[in-house]
Design a protein around this ligand. Sequence first.
Ligand SMILES: [Zn+2]
Ligand SMILES: [Zn+2]
Length: 104
Amino acid sequence: MSDTSATSVEINDALFCQAHLKEVCSDCSFDGREENDGFFGFDPIDREGIEAPLSSPNKDGVYQCKKHSSTTCSQCYGWKKQITRYRTAAKKAGKKAGSGTNLY
Ligand SMILES: [Zn+2]
Ligand SMILES: [Zn+2]
């Protein structure tokens, strides 16, 4: 992994690009999947990136969701659930496409 500390923010223990609050962002050339998967106890795989809902830093610089003003909101920041869903989708897609010949 390249150095993610400069352009990333941590929201409820998951990493996102600071500008767009995306886990995978081509604009920022940021990819926090490996770190986030590792943090939540998963093996990193090629899956879709999660995205944070509308959030802004509070007085202490900790991001909180706009909807509930919570820094650990289980509804907006339920990363493990989202990551699990994307991992399942990625695995399913991988199985269907198979490895090796992946030309469309
Ligand atoms: Zn970005
Ligand atoms: Zn919330």
